[in-house]
Design a protein around this ligand. Structure first.
Ligand SMILES: Cc1ncc(COP(=O)(O)O)c(C=O)c1O
Length: 450
């Protein structure tokens, strides 16, 4: 029987009257009433398996009882007191833990914020403050957030820039390595990371390396379409940074905290970044972000160069400490790798059956399924993605797409194997129905997407 959305639609029509439209990217009429583990319930009693994890910010699942307890315990002591004027043990404990779980056997320091966006702003300040240089290199198609600093690094959507410039000056964008759509038509065997040549040439023509403070890179380009860079590329760009005294920043807001089967995605590439930017899943859904870097970088600015009243608040820090404990106790890094391998194999098998799947890629439970109009042109198939996501929703699975047709597969790491299997079966049924032209065009009016 088709799901009913009576109460949900009523709430959405009230929402449309009072909430700004620019802050939402509609996919379907989902109004969440409660969540547990990998399951979401709406106001009409419908249940869904969540493959989005609130945009990768709920790696430990919805309303994890241990997170609730940690928050409650802290609330009974005190809710929050600004860390600008006072000290708090949860903040110190969390900073100590973050220093332990991040790569790099050197002295580090941490600063907290409230969103991935403000953490990126802080990172730009520290990079400029420490190096005394102004230029920041970011990647085309990347999403780093909405505040002016983070937005300056972002080049994903015209609507994010329209009418609101100027953004920060001295931010340059280079191409992210994209093996599936390699502009040089290379394969894994013939690749000589030609895609890095534009940057290398720029360094000897118009981009003086001695003026570059930092290269900021997501070790999987998340919202750009979950693109995994080749190890060779990562080593080479890191090497360029080291040779030219440029800081290498791993932007892990989306890929960090176990999402890819390691604490931080950059560990897959055996690279030790100078700075790591984190957010989203760090506190299991409670607002918190952090920048961790070599001690001398973080000590290069004077107070009050970067603080917010609520940064490092005790509730968020307590939730984050428990998040780290859960990831450890429940072996969620291994679980992400194991379930990720299972899911990837299922999608690879589907790729052999359905022409619409052009590529399957990812690490751990961070997987992109790239839907194409045809395998030759590899043009993104937005229509297929919209229809498949909507049909999945109607069948009880929350799935969205990015980058003109890449299905974003990022379930909570606590998802059970049975739930995962059911969700993947539903994705396959929906792909089959799309292939058999069983999904009506009307849904294209509802699904707006990125
Ligand atoms: C890689 C990345 N960086 C930064 C951000 C911004 O984080 P926030 O929305 O918490 O400001 C996002 C959000 O989607 C992201 O995916």
């Amino acid at each position: 029987m088709a799901l009913q959305f009576t109460k949900s639609k009523e709430i959405i029509s009230r929402d449309n009257k009072v909430y700004s439209k620019f802050a939402r990217i509609p996919y379907y009429p989902l109004v969440i009433k409660r969540g547990y583990g990998a399951i979401i319930e709406d106001y009409d009693g419908n249940k869904f398996i969540d493959l989005l994890s609130a945009a990768s910010s709920l790696n430990t699942g919805h309303s994890n009882p241990r997170i609730i307890k940690a928050i409650k315990d802290q609330m009974e002591n005190f809710i929050s007191y600004t860390a600008a004027y006072t000290y708090s043990e949860p903040l110190v404990k969390l900073a100590e833990e973050i220093i332990k779980i991040t790569p790099g056997d050197f002295d580090k320091k941490v600063v907290f914020g409230l969103s991935g966006s403000d953490a990126n702003d802080g990172m730009i300040k520290f990079a400029r403050g420490f190096t005394g240089k102004k230029k920041i290199i970011s990647f085309l198609g990347a999403y780093h957030g909405s505040t002016y600093g983070a937005l300056s690094l972002t080049t994903l959507s015209l609507n994010m820039r329209r009418k609101i410039g100027p953004t920060l000056s001295e931010v340059e964008h280079i191409k992210y390595p994209n093996c599936y759509r390699c502009p040089y038509n290379c394969s894994k065997d013939t690749c000589n990371i030609e895609c890095l040549n534009d940057f290398i040439n720029a360094l000897s023509t118009y981009l003086p390396p001695e003026e570059i403070a930092a290269v900021v890179m997501e070790p999987i380009a998340g919202d750009a379409g979950l693109i995994v860079p080749p190890i060779k590329y990562m080593k080479a760009i890191y090497d360029i940074c080291k040779r030219n005294n440029i800081l290498f920043v791993s932007e892990e807001v989306q890929q960090g905290f176990g999402r890819t089967g390691k604490w931080f995605c950059i560990e897959h590439f055996d690279i030790v970044p100078d700075m790591i930017v984190m957010g989203k899943s760090i506190a299991s859904g409670v607002p918190l972000s952090a920048v961790v870097a070599r001690k001398e970088i973080m000590d290069s600015l004077e107070a009050p160069a970067h603080l917010f009243t609520m940064s490092g608040n005790s509730l968020s820090c307590s939730a984050a400490i428990e998040t780290i404990n859960i990831i450890r106790d429940e072996c969620l890094l291994k679980k992400s790798r194991d379930l990720g391998n299972y899911a990837k194999k299922r999608f690879e098998d589907m790729k052999n059956k359905y022409e619409v799947i052009g590529d399957v890629r990812g690490l751990g439970l961070s997987i992109g399924i790239d839907l194409v109009k045809d395998r030759k042109t590899k043009l993104g198939n937005r229509k297929a993605a919209s229809k498949i996501c909507y049909r999945c929703f109607e069948k009880g699975v929350i799935l969205i797409f990015l980058a003109d047709g890449v299905l974003r597969f990022q379930p909570p790491l606590v998802i059970t194997k049975d739930e995962l299997k059911t969700a993947i079966d539903i994705i396959e049924e929906s792909i089959k129905e799309y292939t058999n032209d069983k999904i009506p065009d009307e849904i294209l009016e509802i699904v707006k997407g990125w």
